[in-house]
Design a protein around this ligand. Structure first.
Ligand code: NAP
Length: 241
């Protein structure tokens, strides 16, 4: 059975990924940080379907917490087949107003976490000569977003990691890809007004916003695939920002 770590799985896209993969007979370790109740709720929801997942608290921007989580998984399951670096936070505001703290926080949680978690996991994948790493970046990483400079920089950085690591780890039979979602209906977008959401819908060729399950479907496909690596896969209804 494939062992899969999903970071930031208590809510939103990560939660949907964890649920979809667990229902498809993968062994899922669902990471959370602040939302223990939601993580427990996810575990209990799946338990009712006779599916067991592990939940594990770790702030993925902290090396020591990531190390503990990876050690827990390797001790229990002996391997990690798939890593999904999904945890992330938003940072909105005009460029001149971004403080050093805000900059460092979004870079730590969104980008350093991918560096650090992947580094801890990849040792095991290299010795197994097999692995699949999927990073959740964003349409803003490729297209940029006004009033979203720090967030966009963190996501562009993730895509840089994806492309470079795919080259470095390909000979070890490890595939590395990014999924770059457009607008997906989660808590992250709660700050937008109804009018702003409608504007995005009007600008989107498919005339709708995405659901977390639509990202989860692609993740499932990528895990089963064997010849896709170094790609930034856009899932955005045709929206170009
Ligand atoms: P969300 O609903 O706000 O959920 C964010 C998740 O990340 C939560 O489970 C949260 O866990 C976790 N998280 C945040 N900081 C963490 C940390 N330091 N350590 C561990 N977990 C942490 O957001 P979402 O929309 O599902 O976003 C998921 C990913 O998709 C993010 O990387 C985001 O940038 C990307 N994305 C989203 C959209 C969109 O439109 N929604 C578009 C493009 C890309 P806790 O609550 O437990 O702390």
């Amino acid at each position: 059975m494939k062992i899969i770590l999903v970071t930031g799985a208590s809510r939103g896209i990560g939660r949907s990924i964890a649920k979809t993969l667990a229902r498809n007979n993968y062994k899922v370790i669902a990471n959370y940080n602040k939302s223990f109740e939601q993580a427990l709720d996810l575990q209990n929801e799946l338990k009712k379907e006779k599916i067991n997942i592990d939940i594990f608290k770790a702030d993925v921007s902290k090396r020591n917490e990531v190390k503990k989580m990876i050690n827990y998984i390797i001790n229990k399951y002996k391997k990690i087949d798939v890593l999904i670096n999904n945890a992330g936070i938003d940072q909105e505001g005009i460029f001149q107003d971004i403080s050093d703290d805000e900059w460092h926080n979004v870079i730590d949680v969104n980008l350093y976490s991918v560096f650090c978690t992947t580094q801890e996991v990849v040792k095991n994948m290299i010795s197994n000569k097999s692995g699949c790493i999927i990073n959740i970046s964003s349409i803003y990483g490729t297209q940029g977003g006004a009033c979203s400079v720090a967030y966009s920089a963190s996501k562009a950085g993730i895509d840089g990691i994806t492309k470079s690591l795919a080259k470095e780890l390909g000979p070890s039979n490890i595939r590395v890809n990014s999924i770059a979602p457009g607008f997906i209906n989660t808590d992250m977008n709660n700050y937008l007004s109804k009018e702003e959401v409608n504007k995005i819908i009007n600008e989107t060729p498919l005339q709708k916003i995405g659901k977390p399950e639509e990202i989860a479907k692609c993740i499932n496909w990528l895990i089963e695939d064997s010849f896709t690596t170094g790609q930034i896969i856009s899932i955005n209804g045709g929206w170009n920002t």
